[in-house]
Design a protein around this ligand. Structure first.
Ligand code: PRX
Length: 655
């Protein structure tokens, strides 16, 4: 644990919304003393309500209802309410495409397009409670689609455009989606990603969708199915711009976002309206210290929770200008992000440690070519940021003047829960620092008892918070089991952590069968299920191992069915197979075809041992329950031999 304290400069601190440690302490204490009145006051002052709420919180563990009785609309809060001031002519979205195309939508223009598109949805018969899958590239239309759904109370589920047709179908089925909104194709590193074709493949096996609305983005060659498929532009043409936002219950589901869990099946995390909106809105102030003139850039894709909360709902509810970039960070050259910062004079930049590590590898010359002096604040999310990456980010990108907010949260938490308030809390490289007001974490052992200072334990939350997810879509049982029954009475995050003498939190990674690859959560079970769907595979076990850039990489051990021969071609085929089944980002770094997997006497695969093999190459700890210790030795040996072979080859290449 590094103990270097970085305090904000006095210039930053004096201009900050929350200035000085005493201000943070006071806010935290206010929320601790009277959490309900703390949140109620913010909800009243910061959000627009069609009808005030009657109570603040109904909490019957694990069921939370925030602000019951209230009527509200997320889209109204993100768009309409800014029209009554000068903000109507402020840029809401700045979009840049990979080929340097540019579009800027003011709040007024956004309102016009969202209202028209909401009328399109209405005219097709969609209404409150319907479920739309949004499978789109990072374009303004993706935001318009989300907001139009929110306007009518249609529950949206954005599926990351990197997911395969198979993954798309699974999500459609689980959600019982009746509408799909997509584009012909998206662009990444000069390639066209054929989104509509993936939708067609998914819809060939799922019949519940009435319409598929297609936004023509690149003019790629696609097929349109008669009656089912409709062009976005045709539908928008001549459509009325008048579409009042529906007053919705505070607890109306805003969206379902699928995330990986500890089983083979992704979980539909359900977020509702008022509490989610309030906390994304507040964290824009508390963590990002947002000012009216700022250009805010979160580099996450719209398909992940970070894209929902900090590209769309948080910034827009604040009336901010949010930058949307469709494309790769290193396209056409490794300085694309720095070019964007310079061009748009970005003030707040929020990205992942994986991205930072890959920038470090590309060299300092790329950022140094650009004027990054507009930056005021830097953010990090998705995985622990290692101190070396932190220092580089701080000095090379932030010029030593921008505080870094290391933000800990999850798809389930909806908004940032642990992070510094940059003008108030001094940071330590690698620590997410302190909980935000109204957030009451603890670090406990398996029985729920707090562990001693500096000791590792499970990170839990002791009290509900407004943006918490409410359930798993159509799976209340799993919701209870995974999050609330593990340590009764407490919310189980699935993360290990420790707290130091200053009360700072240090996140130590997942304790379940979830790995964090490039800041994307990946279920090892999901990968294993995909592997065994291949005709040649008998059994598979997936584990993570440290990866210099991605944080963690994926290694899969597999045994083959009788009569199948291992070959380098089969390994390649299996890697592609996993990519096809889940999405390109899930392609394993390595697949090892083995004779047998180490198992306990009851037949459970011992993943812990495999993890040790891929990380340390040796095995320690209790192995008495192993069915066949020889299997383990063999696997370990195989790894060593491979390593030697690789080293040998690398040596040859050098020569
Ligand atoms: O393990 C933690 C890690 O990412 C997990 C949540 O992943 P996901 O739901 O995909 O959301 C990612 C973006 C919010 C957590 O359980 N994680 C997230 N942020 C941090 C982190 N680990 C360490 N430090 C962080 N700042």
């Amino acid at each position: 644990m590094s103990t270097t304290l970085h305090s904000p400069s006095s210039a930053f601190q004096s201009a900050a919304r929350v200035s000085g440690r005493a201000a943070y302490d006071q806010l935290y204490r206010a929320a601790e003393t009277a959490p309900e009145s703390f949140w109620a006051q913010l909800a009243r002052n910061q959000l627009h309500w069609f009808q005030p709420f009657q109570r603040v919180l109904d909490w019957q563990l694990p069921r939370a209802q925030w602000f019951p009785g209230g009527l509200i609309n997320a889209c109204y809060n993100c768009v309409d309410r800014h029209l009554s001031s000068w903000r109507r002519n402020k840029a809401a979205l700045i979009w840049e495409g990979e080929n340097f195309e540019q579009r800027i939508l003011t709040y007024q223009e956004l309102h016009r397009k969202v209202s028209k598109f909401a009328n399109v949805l209405k005219s097709l018969g969609y209404r409150q409670g319907d479920r739309a899958i949004i499978y789109m590239p990072m374009t303004p239309e993706a935001a318009i689609a989300m907001l139009a759904c929110a306007r009518l109370g249609i529950i949206h589920s954005v599926v990351f455009a990197g997911f395969s047709s198979e993954a798309l179908k699974t999500r459609m089925e689980d959600l019982e989606a009746n509408l799909v909104i997509t584009a012909d194709a998206g662009r990444r590193r000069g390639r066209e990603i054929m989104l509509k074709r993936n939708v067609d493949a998914a819809l060939a096996e799922y019949a519940g969708v009435r319409h598929c609305i297609v936004y023509k983005h690149l003019g790629a060659g696609i097929e349109m199915h008669h009656q089912r498929d409709l062009w976005w532009d045709d539908l928008m043409f001549g459509m009325s711009e008048d579409c009042p936002a529906e007053p919705l219950d505070s607890e109306h589901p805003l969206y379902v976002l699928y995330t990986s869990g500890t089983t083979g099946k992704p979980k539909g995390v359900v977020h509702t309206t008022a509490g989610y909106l309030l906390q994304t809105h507040m964290t824009m102030q508390w963590v990002f210290d947002l000012r009216e003139q700022d250009i805010f850039w979160c580099t996450a894709d719209i398909g992940w929770v970070t894209g929902h909360s900090y590209l769309i709902y948080g910034p827009l509810s604040m009336g901010a200008t949010t930058l949307l970039y469709e494309g790769a960070p290193d396209w056409p050259e490794p300085d694309r992000f720095w070019r964007l910062i310079e061009k748009y004079r970005v003030n707040i930049f929020y990205t992942s440690p994986t991205a930072i590590r890959s920038f470090i590898r590309q060299g300092d010359a790329w950022p140094q070519k650009h004027d990054l002096s507009s930056l005021r604040l830097l953010g990090s999310v998705g995985e622990p940021i290692n101190p070396a990456a932190w220092e580089w980010y701080y000095h090379i990108i932030g010029g030593g003047r921008c505080p870094i907010v290391d933000t800990w949260w999850q798809t389930e938490t909806g908004a940032i829960l642990i992070a510094p308030m940059p003008g108030a809390v001094a940071t330590k490289p690698g620590s997410a620092t302190l909980p935000l007001p109204g957030i009451f974490p603890a670090i406990v052992d398996a029985k729920g008892q707090p562990v001693a200072e500096g000791q590792q334990g499970f990170l839990v939350m002791r009290q509900p918070w407004p943006s918490m997810f409410r359930t798993l879509w159509r799976d209340e049982t799993r919701f209870r089991e995974i999050y609330w029954d593990k340590i009764p009475g407490l919310y189980f995050t699935g993360d290990a952590a420790r707290r130091d003498a200053d009360g700072y939190y240090w996140l130590l990674g997942r304790v379940d069968d979830v790995i964090n690859v490039s800041g994307h959560r990946l279920s090892t079970m999901e990968v294993e299920s995909a592997m065994v769907r291949h005709a040649a595979v008998a059994e598979a076990a997936a584990v993570g191992r440290p990866h210099e850039i991605k944080g963690q990489g994926l290694v899969v051990f597999a045994t083959l069915k009788g009569g199948q021969a291992a070959s380098p071609e089969l390994v390649d085929e299996l890697r592609d197979w996993v990519g096809k089944e889940i999405g390109g980002f899930a392609r394993p770094d390595e697949i090892r075809l083995v004779e047998a997997l180490p198992k306990t006497r009851s037949g459970k695969i011992m993943r812990r041992l495999l993890r040790e093999i891929v990380t340390t190459r040796s095995v320690s700890g209790d192995t008495t329950t192993l069915e066949d210790y020889a299997v383990l030795l063999k696997l370990s040996q195989q790894g060593k031999e491979e390593e030697e072979l690789l080293a040998h080859e690398a040596q040859k290449e050098k020569v």
